[in-house]
Write a new protein. Structure first.
Length: 69
């Protein structure tokens, strides 16, 4: 019978998994809340982002707040 040649062995390692994002600063935990058709970001430190129609933009506001020094 005719045999197929086997595939060459893999010689390179798979890429490492993406790194985890840095943890938020101590005392900060941002979430988004909805008010009617608007969404806004809030943090446990008392910060509140502007009301947005885009939930994605409100999440971005929260991420930017957590990343700020």
């Amino acid at each position: 019978m005719h045999e197929e040649p086997s595939a060459p062995a893999r010689t390179t390692a798979p890429p490492p998994p993406p790194s985890c994002p840095a943890p938020p600063p101590a005392g900060h935990s941002a979430t988004t809340t909805e008010r009617g058709s608007f969404c806004l970001a809030r943090c446990t430190c008392g910060w509140t982002g502007p009301a947005r129609r885009s939930r994605d933009r409100a999440r971005t506001d929260a991420a930017e707040h957590l990343a700020a020094p």
